[in-house]
Every structure is written in structure tokens, then in C-alpha cells.
Design a binder for this molecule. Sequence first.
Ligand code: EPU
Length: 419
Amino acid sequence: MSVYRVTGGRKLNGQVTAQGAKNSVLPILAATLLAPGCSVISNCPNLSDVAVTLEILTLLGCRVERMGDTVAIDASALSRAEIPPRLMREMRSSVIFLGALLARSGTAELSYPGGCELGPRPINLHLSALRALGAEIGEDQGCLRCRGGTAMRGGTFRLPLPSVGATENVMLAAVSCPGTTTIVGAAQEPEIVDLQNFLRAMGVRVSGAGGPVITVEGNRTLPHPARYTVMGDRIAAATYLCAVGATGGQVEVQGVEPEHLTAVTDCLQAAGCRVHTAPKRISLTSSGRLKGIAPVRTAPYPGFPTDAQALLMAALAGGTGSTTFVETIFDSRYRHVEPLRRMGADIRLSGRTAVVYGTGGLHGAAVHGGDLRAAAALVTAALAAQGESRISGLEHIRRGYDGLDRNLRALGGDITEEP
Ligand code: EPU
């Protein structure tokens, strides 16, 4: 098991390019299944979640070839429509294959997905939306047997909450449902827009992504393969911005749309950072002494992203003044709180609310990151803390960050991976 050894207290300076977005590339790779032919996806980050997705595609019969950050997926000949539990357990977004397989093969067999432990993560909305389109889904001891085929037809489905994954699953399944599918109450995250753009590049008639109503004009003719470049990762960008906010310095993050990060940069500005934006660039200057800000409530896009909650909390914990966080998306997304306390943070937790009292500085410690963003938050805290930290849980970081330590070293951070 390897760890990051971080010696804190160095300011971060320079430029960093955000990797391709994890939460875009996973559904886009699943969507390549729809087209019998070879799609080519660029800006594909090197992540363990991507490796699992490519393994699933290979197992289903696709020919997959990776050349640097470009992946070619030839889905001409699918040989099966079942995904074994071993791969389903690896990550939550494996459930997106349900919609893609129903559209391409008319059938799918898989088990309940795994992923980061953020409290219960049901898939009831995915299943009820697909059933509303005509899919027959049987559940037997954690195994889902789904049959679609000619029974599936376009229709209107209202999502009671804007689930990102359920929106994506319906968009994919709807591609081969004859007629118009309308998703009301859709998730509005930028990753949904990226998926729409890829589907359009495949010739699918889909519109409305980025707003609450998405329409897909489906038919039984499968779309054609496409070349596509995945957008930049807003949460990876938020990670670098929070890190420089905490350590002090000046960093420009490139390759990401500033408007995707407004909720995060507004908070960093309120905490005392200077932020400049230009197309696909965000530059942040910080003294390294952040102050408390007005309550931060996580919310669906364009609200403050739950994925950046731990990162901002870590940055503020060593500052001054207090900040209240309210986590509204997931039941259990405070796994970073205990390890941050071990680094000297003063955080009081009550249900979904956490109040952070800035202590004026954290100290290094040996800590474990229990999920992807919790682990990244500990790296953020360690870069600003006095002394040395050892952070375990790198298997979580590898799920979502391509070269986090390498990029932070290039900015002047003292971080190395050790066995
Ligand atoms: N929910 C249900 N039923 C469902 C689906 C969702 O009750 O059928 C609930 C969830 O339990 C949760 C809320 O709805 O409380 C939102 O879940 P959503 O479906 O939107 O999340 P997701 O699709 O599972 C994606 C990202 C997450 C990100 C969330 C929210 C991917 C692969 N994952 O998850 O990313 O936190 O949206 O924005 O796109 C991460 O990158 O660290 C990460 C966890």
C-alpha cells in the first residue's frame, strides 16, 4: 500500500491543466456502445475508473485501444450484454451501462453498482425511468435482468430529484426508443451537456441539456460512431484552486470553463482570494490565510458542488473565522472531518451540518482518505499544514485524479508517493 508523503508550508505557483472530466468520460465511454463502429475519445484521463470502464467495454466485445490520452473503442461486434458483479462493484457509474446496453442490445444483465461510500446510493430512479420507457426489469438477489427491445417507446418521465446518473441512463436508453423521450426535472450539470454533445456528434437528436427538460428523438436506427474531446474536469480544477487558496501563491488552472466553477470561485473570493477568469482559464492568488465565509450549502448545479465540499472545508480549516457547511446531496459525506481533526482542525459535526472554526494553521499527521474527495481534501490540508503528513487511501485518489501528485509537485508542492 503506498502513501503520499507531504511536507506542508510551501506556496504553490505556476500553471496546471485540468485533466479530462471523470464524470463526463465515464458516461461518454458507455455511450460509444450505441454505435456499431469505432469512436475515438480524446482528453481521456488516466484513472482507475476509466480502466474499469474500458475493461467492461472489452468484456462486452468492443475492441479498445488506448494511445496516450486518446482511446479508440470499436463497438462493431458486441458479444454479450452481461457485466459481472466484480466489475459492477468497482464503481458507481457502471450502472450507466444499463441504458447503453438496453439501447444497443435490447437486454442487459448486471448487479447493483459499487463506488465511494457516501451513504445509501440507490438506483430506484434509474430503474423507474427505464421501466417508464417500457423496459422490463427483474431484480433477483442483487442481480438486475433487463429486457427492452421492441417494448421500449419514448415517453415523458419526471425525475423527483435531479439525479445525474439517472438523467444519463435515460438519455442513453432513449436513443433507440422510437418517438420523443422527455426528461422533466433533469440534472443540469455540465457533464450532462458534455454527454449531449457527444450524442449529437453521433447523430442523435437530443436537446435541452444544461436545463431542466431534455428531449431525445429516438429511433431504431443506431447512431454512427464519432470523435469527441471530453471537457475539462471542474472538480480537479477546484482541487488545485482550493490547494493554492490554502497554501498561498498564484496558480492558473487551464482547460476548464470558469463558469462551471463559479460557485467554488465565489467562495474562495469571499474567503480572501483574488480570482481572474478568461476563456478556459482561472487564475487564483491567495495569501494563504483564508477567512470564514457565509454558509456553504451543497446543491445540484449551478449550486455549490458536493464533490468540492471536502476540498473547500480542508482549505478553510487552517484559516481564521468560522464557516458552516450543509451537505444536502449525500447522507454521509464527512469522512474527511475526523482525519482533518487529527491535523488540528476544529470541526463540529451534527447530522448534515459541519461548522469549521479556523485554527490559524494545521499540523501534519498520518491520515487515511476514505473516499475520493475526502482523500484529495487531506492532500489539500497537508500542503498547507506545518510539518509532514502521510496520506493513505491513494486507491481512491487514482479513481478520480490523473497525476495529482505530479501536478502539485510541478506547482512547488512537496509531495511524493512512497511505498
Ligand atoms: N438518488 C436516489 N435514487 C437514484 C439516484 C440518486 O435517491 O436512483 C439520490 C442519491 O442517493 C443522492 C442524490 O440522489 O443522494 C444525487 O445522486 P446522483 O444520482 O445525482 O449522483 P450520481 O449520478 O450517483 C454523480 C457523480 C458524483 C456526484 C453526484 C452529484 C458520476 C460518476 N458521479 O453521482 O461524483 O457527487 O453526481 O453531483 O457522475 C465524485 O466525483 O466524487 C462523485 C461522487
